[in-house]
Design a protein around this ligand. Structure first.
Ligand code: F6R
Length: 241
């Protein structure tokens, strides 16, 4: 796994957007694995810009989001469904809605929904490029420390540190959902290529632990050392010691 410091968040955002754009350009039926979160907002803005300037036909592209909160309706302002439509799908409305895959956080049977999502991933996948952010505790998707490496899409109990980190998006901490449906670590590892992005000082510690190379379920992202095609892009602030 190699790591490249691109200096600034602006450079990282532009570079990753360009990678996604170029993949869609070359592969009009491509499969993209998408992430949400603060890290990705500027990346999607750059991607929308590239798509708009070039009027790329994305009607054959399938996207797969990593995760969704349990209990939030799709139209809740903090659902990842809303996030994705706000930052990408409504900004460049040429995607085919039925090709945009996001776990349904409102499903009455969450375990069943997780199974369905994994099935869709297996039937329509594999993902060509999976974009990942990383949590301060080393989570990828919502796979918190201790998640088994062989996990598939499942219902997750969020840790206090993740609830705390994500409370910035909610009116108050008690409104942050306690659970999410997330692709598992094994589901993520099925992608042909993985790009992990980390920016800002709050990610430096996790990146330092990741790049020491120890593979442990205490640091879920460390499973990526076992994948043959992973690249990591950071800014100055997240660059490990
Ligand atoms: C989001 C996701 C999470 C985030 C991670 C970093 O779909 O799967 O793993 O990538 O929590 O979030 P930010 O970018 O908000 O620091």
């Amino acid at each position: 796994m190699n790591i490249t410091n691109l200096g600034t968040k602006a450079h990282v955002s532009f570079f990753v957007a360009t990678e996604l754009y170029r993949h869609m350009l070359r592969h009009p039926q491509g499969r993209l694995g998408l992430a949400t979160g603060g890290t990705m907002v500027d990346m999607y803005a750059n991607l929308v810009d590239l798509l708009s300037k070039n009027q790329l036909d994305v009607s054959g592209i399938h996207t797969f989001n990593l995760d969704e909160y349990v209990g939030l309706s799709a139209d809740h302002p903090e659902s990842y469904y809303t996030y994705m439509h706000d930052v990408l799908f409504n900004q460049y409305p040429k995607f085919t809605e039925s090709f945009l895959h996001i776990p349904n956080g409102e499903a009455s049977d969450v375990a069943q929904e997780a199974k369905r999502y994994e099935r869709v991933l297996n039937e329509k996948g594999p993902v060509d490029i999976q974009i990942l952010g990383i949590g301060q505790n080393g989570h990828i998707g919502f796979n918190e420390p201790g998640t088994p490496f062989d996990s598939e899409t499942h219902c997750v109990n969020l840790t206090e540190s993740t609830i705390e980190a994500n409370s910035r998006y909610f009116d108050n901490k008690s409104n942050v959902p306690r659970q999410a449906i997330s692709m598992g670590l094994q589901s993520i590892m099925k992608a042909k290529r993985i790009i992990l992005v980390a920016v800002g000082t709050s990610k430096k510690e996790a990146m330092t632990r990741l790049m020491t190379g120890e593979i442990t379920t205490d640091l879920p992202a460390s499973i990526l050392h076992q994948h043959p095609n992973v690249e990591v892009f950071v800014d100055d602030e997240a660059m490990p010691y």
